[in-house]
Write a protein that binds this ligand. Structure first.
Ligand SMILES: [Zn+2]
Length: 683
C-alpha cells in the first residue's frame, strides 16, 4: 500500500475516533447476552451452564436445611470487580431487601460468607456449601440486575426452573439442536433433590433458560408447550412473582426489610387509611365526571373494581381541606420513598400537600403539588425522612379558580429506600412506536444529578438500524450550570436507566434496569481524548427548535435494552404511557477495597471489631446518594456550587423531576421543559 493511502486511512480513522454527541458505546457490544452465552464465550463448561459444583456430591440443595443461609447473608466484594458491577450488586441487594426477607451485610468474620469476584463469567454454587468463603462470579457482561439476582438465587439454594422434575410437562427439549457435549445442561432433578415448593412451573422465572441456550445454530433448544411463552422464557429483568413466592417459602419469610406499604384502594377498608381533620372528605370512587374516567391500577379493565381516592374541588369552597392519612407505618429510619399516581382535573391553584405526622401528632410538610392539570395519571416520587412510626398525610386544599374536577390518588407505595431521582414520562408510546422510524433517537430532557452533573438519555424506540425489534438506550453527559466547578473527566458516577413496570404493588414491579458508570480514565478509541470529559469539550453542540443550545457528550448504553415483545408484556406500557426512571449516583466510595474483618488481621476483641466494621458497613450499604425532590437536588448542589447558587431559581416549584438552573455560564440556554414541542417531555 502506498504511503499516501496509509496516511489517508489513518486520517480517516482518527476522524472517526473523535468523540461527538453521536458517538455510542455499547457496553455489551450490541449482543443481548444471556448468562450461558457469556460463560460459553469465556470457555467455561459448568454444570447447567453457570453452576460451579461437583455434580455427584451435592444435588439436593433445595431439600435439606443444611444448605440454607441465615436470612442476613454476609458478603465480601472482592477488589477485582468492575466498579459498575459493584454498584449493580448493591442495587440487586436492594431488590432482595424490598421483595424478600433476605438481607445482606458486609462480612464481619462470620464462618460462611459469599465472596463476589470477577471471574471469567457469571456463576455460583447452589445453596450454602459451608466452605467459608463461597465464591460467586460477576464477570464481564454479568453486571445486570437480573443476572446478579439469578446468581444469588443459585447461592440461596435454587436450581434452574427448567431442571424441575415436572419440566417435561411444560417444555420440549430439542435434543438434536443442542451442541454436542452440552446435553448435561438439560437434566432434571427429581423431587428428592429439588423441591418446587408447591409453586407451578414458571415460564417467567428469572431462573429459566432462554429458548436458544446451548444451541448449535439459531434454532431453539427449548420449546414451550404453550407457544406464547416462547418469548417469555429467559427473562433477566428480575424476580418473577413465583421466584419470590419460592424464595419466601424456602426461607420462611413473613416480611421484607424495606417494604412498608402498598395500597391500590380496591378494598373497602382503603388499607386502613383514615379521614383526618378538614371540612371535606376524600371519596373512594371508580370514575369522576370531570376525570379521571377510570382508576390507574386497572385502567377500568376490571368490572366492579378499579377504585381510587378522590377530592372534589368542583364541589368545595375556596380554602376547604380534606385529609387522607395512612395507618401508622413503621419504616426503617433513614430514607423512604413514597410513590403514587396523581390525576389532577381540578383548578391550577388547588394544592395537594404531602405531610408526615409523627408519633406525637406533629405534622411536617414534605412537598406541595399544584398545577399540572394534565388530565392524565402522573407518577410522583417523594423522598421522606422518617425516624420513627409515622402517618403519611395527603391534604387537598381548594383554590379559587373554577374547577370541574379535583385530585385523584391511586397506587400508593412506601418503601424504606431512596426514590429514583428523575422521571421521564413518555406519552402515547404506542403511537410513537408506530410512527418513529428505525434508527431515530429521541432524547429525554436534561436532568441534574445531586453532585451537579447534567445528563440526558437517548432512546431508539424502534431500535438502531442494526438492532430492530429492540429499544436501545444510551446515557449522555450534557453541559450544565455547574460544569466549571465539577471534576473532569467525570469520575465514577453510576447512571441507572430503568423502564418502570407500572404494577400497582412495588413488590411486583419488575423494572427493566441498565446501569453504566463513568470511568475517568477511559479514553476515546484513538487515545486522544478522555471519554467522560466535559461535554462542551468532547461533545457536540445541540440546537433546539427554539434556538437554545447545549453540548451533548458521547452515549454509553445498549442497543438491546429491551425487546419489543417484552416491552409489551407486564405493565411497562399502561394507558399508553411509559415511564423511565433515572438516577446518577456517586459510587466513588466503592473504589476503596471492602475492609477485611478485624479478626482476620489480628485477634482483637469483638467490641473492637464492631467498631471498625461500622464505618465500612455503612459505606457499603449506602454506596449511593440519591435525591429526588427538587429541593434536595438544590440542597445537594449548594455544597458544590456556592458561587452559582445565588443566581439559581427553580422554575417549576411543583415538579420533582426537572430542576432548571438559569442564568449561569454553560446552562444559559436551557429550555423550559413545558415549552418543548416533543411528546417526550417529563411532566
Ligand atoms: Zn443459572
Amino acid at each position: 500500500m502506498e504511503l499516501r493511502c496509509i496516511i489517508v486511512l489513518l486520517g480517516l480513522s482518527l476522524a472517526a475516533a473523535k468523540l461527538t454527541g453521536d458517538t455510542e458505546t455499547d457496553v455489551d457490544g450490541g449482543v443481548d447476552w444471556d448468562i450461558f452465552n457469556i460463560n460459553e464465550a469465556a470457555g467455561l463448561d459448568l454444570l447447567e451452564g453457570d453452576i460451579e459444583q461437583d455434580e455427584s456430591s451435592s444435588r439436593n440443595s433445595i431439600i435439606g436445611d443444611q444448605y440454607r443461609w441465615p436470612t442476613t447473608i454476609p458478603y465480601y466484594l472482592e477488589d477485582n470487580l468492575d466498579m459498575n458491577a459493584k454498584g449493580v450488586i448493591l442495587k440487586a441487594f436492594d431488590q432482595y431487601r424490598l421483595k424478600t426477607c433476605i438481607d445482606f451485610t458486609p462480612w464481619n468474620g462470620e464462618a460462611n460468607y459469599i465472596s463476589v469476584f470477577k471471574g471469567s463469567g457469571c456463576f455460583s454454587s447452589v445453596g450454602n456449601q459451608h466452605v467459608g468463603s463461597q465464591r460467586l462470579s460477576i464477570g464481564n457482561n454479568c453486571d445486570r440486575l437480573g443476572t446478579v439476582e439469578h446468581e444469588f438465587l443459585h447461592a440461596l439454594g435454587f436450581w434452574h426452573e427448567q431442571s424441575r422434575a415436572d419440566r417435561d410437562d411444560y417444555v420440549n427439549i430439542i435434543w438434536d439442536q443442542i451442541e454436542q457435549g452440552k446435553e448435561h445442561n438439560f437434566r432434571t432433578y427429581d423431587d428428592k433433590t429439588s423441591s418446587a415448593l408447591g409453586v407451578p412451573y414458571d415460564y417467567g422465572s428469572v431462573m429459566h433458560y432462554s429458548k436458544t441456550s446451548f444451541n448449535i445454530a439459531s434454532e431453539p433448544t427449548i420449546v414451550t408447550k404453550i407457544p406464547q411463552f416462547m418469548d417469555v422464557i429467559g427473562q433477566r429483568m428480575g424476580f418473577s412473582e413465583s421466584d419470590l413466592t419460592k424464595l419466601n417459602r424456602l426461607y420462611n419469610c413473613t416480611k421484607s426489610s424495606t417494604f412498608v406499604e402498598s395500597c391500590n384502594f380496591e378494598e373497602e377498608n382503603i388499607c386502613g387509611m383514615i379521614q383526618g381533620p378538614g371540612n371535606r372528605k376524600w371519596e373512594q370512587l371508580s370514575s369522576v365526571s370531570g376525570g379521571p374516567q377510570s382508576d390507574f391500577s386497572n385502567m377500568g379493565q376490571c368490572k366492579g373494581k378499579g377504585f381510587f381516592m378522590h377530592f372534589s374541588s368542583a364541589s368545595a369552597a375556596p380554602g376547604d381541606q380534606a385529609f387522607l392519612e395512612s395507618r401508622w407505618l413503621y419504616p426503617k429510619p433513614g430514607a423512604q420513598c413514597l410513590q403514587f399516581f396523581l390525576h389532577n382535573s381540578g383548578a391550577a391553584d388547588d394544592v395537594l400537600n404531602i405531610l408526615v405526622r409523627d408519633s406525637e401528632g406533629k405534622l411536617t410538610l414534605v412537598k406541595s403539588i399544584s398545577g399540572d392539570v394534565t388530565g392524565s395519571w402522573e407518577l410522583h416520587n417523594v423522598n421522606l425522612d422518617v425516624t420513627k412510626k409515622a402517618r403519611v398525610v395527603f391534604v387537598a386544599v381548594r383554590g379559587k379558580s373554577p374547577s370541574t374536577g379535583g385530585f385523584s390518588l391511586d397506587d400508593i407505595n412506601v418503601s424504606s429506600m431512596k426514590c429514583p431521582q428523575h422521571i421521564w414520562h413518555i406519552r402515547n408510546i404506542t403511537g410513537l412506536m408506530a410512527t418513529t422510524p428505525v434508527g431515530r433517537k429521541t432524547y429525554s430532557p436534561r436532568f441534574l444529578s445531586p453532585a451537579g452533573y447534567s445528563f440526558q438519555v437517548g432512546v431508539y424506540l424502534n431500535g438502531r438500524s442494526d438492532r430492530p425489534g429492540y429499544v436501545a438506550a444510551y446515557f449522555h453527559l450534557t453541559s450544565g450550570p455547574n460544569d466549571h466547578l465539577l471534576k473532569w473527566p467525570c469520575p465514577w458516577q453510576m447512571a441507572t436507566m430503568a423502564l418502570m413496570d407500572q404494577k400497582s404493588d412495588v413488590r411486583q414491579q419488575m423494572n427493566m434496569h441498565r446501569m453504566v458508570t463513568t470511568d475517568p480514565n477511559k479514553m476515546s478509541s484513538d487515545g486522544t481524548e478522555f471519554y467522560w470529559d466535559n461535554p462542551s469539550k468532547v461533545g457536540s453542540k445541540v440546537t433546539e427548535p427554539d434556538g437554545s443550545s447545549y453540548y451533548r457528550g458521547s452515549g454509553t448504553g445498549t442497543s438491546v435494552f429491551i425487546t419489543h415483545s417484552r416491552l409489551k408484556s407486564r405493565s411497562y406500557i399502561k394507558g399508553d404511557d411509559a415511564f423511565f426512571l433515572f438516577s446518577l449516583e456517586d459510587i466513588s466510595n466503592l473504589l476503596v477495597p471492602q475492609p477485611l474483618p478485624k479478626s482476620t488481621a489480628s485477634a482483637d476483641d469483638g467490641l473492637m471489631k464492631a467498631g471498625v466494621q461500622s464505618a465500612p458497613q455503612e459505606a457499603a450499604n449506602n454506596p449511593v446518594v440519591i435525591t429526588a425532590v427538587a429541593g434536595s437536588v438544590a440542597a445537594a448542589m449548594l455544597v458544590a456550587t456556592m458561587l452559582v447558587i445565588l443566581r439559581m431559581r427553580r422554575r417549576r416549584q411543583e415538579s420533582d423531576e426537572v430542576v432548571i438552573v438559569q442564568d449561569t455560564p454553560g446552562f444559559t440556554e436551557e429550555r423550559p421543559a413545558e415549552s418543548s414541542p416533543s411528546a417526550f417531555i417529563a411532566p
